[in-house]
Design a protein around this ligand. Sequence first.
Ligand SMILES: C[S@@+](CC[C@H](N)C(=O)[O-])C[C@H]1O[C@@H](n2cnc3c(N)ncnc32)[C@H](O)[C@@H]1O
Length: 237
Amino acid sequence: MPDPAQINTMFARIAPRYDAANRVLSLGTDRWWRHRLVAAACRIPPQEVLDLATGSGDVALALARVLPAGAMVQGMDFCAPMIAEAVKKLSRTGGLQAKVAFLVGDALALPLADESIDVVTIAFGLRNLADRARGFREMRRVLRPGGRLLVLEFSQPAAWFRPAYYFYLRQVLPWLATRVTGDRAAYEYLGGSVGAFPDHAALAAEMLAAGFVPVNVTRMTLGIVALHEGTRPLLLA
Ligand SMILES: C[S@@+](CC[C@H](N)C(=O)[O-])C[C@H]1O[C@@H](n2cnc3c(N)ncnc32)[C@H](O)[C@@H]1O
């Protein structure tokens, strides 16, 4: 599992170039992946949303754009420079200030009351948590019974595509990322963490074990990315 202090420092370093790197390294597909997450989150329109590991805030801002008046989105990240990028973006958007708040906070010790949130989203953040089981416990604690957790994360693609994909992750991505961000180490970490992350079935099993029932999985882009949706049951299991 990653060391939280190192992860925080690494994201602080790349924060100013984070969005540009995402667009280049995913060839623009990251917007589509986040769009699928936002659509799933809003299928049953929530009032209180928590976007964990919000980074530069793209998911939180996209949620705020589509949710009706009265809904509130909290974007939370433990890396202050990432939150600063999100706040800058928020100040450039007209009219969203009343619907979004960006806060520094740790996903492993959420500064939120039990059963206070309708939907928790986390996009490309779960992989970076130092203790996934503890993260899931916190997410479940703050969700109301019947509330939903949506995890958008890299996954393991179809077997025939893995050699080409891992070649991209280990060779091409660090090279390309160095040109965009000047930070090779961060993107070597990215490649390594993606390769080491559980596949969609193993992650679904972890979520079930953490008390999210049922868990539904949507695989995207040959399985490179998966969207897992788990529900905190209405009744105690
Ligand atoms: C790859 S970025 C994802 C950002 C954003 N969700 C997106 O879709 O672009 C991962 C984020 O997870 C954050 N993070 C890692 N561990 C965290 C923790 N324990 N609590 C809160 N944020 C965390 C990092 O600071 C970083 O901003």
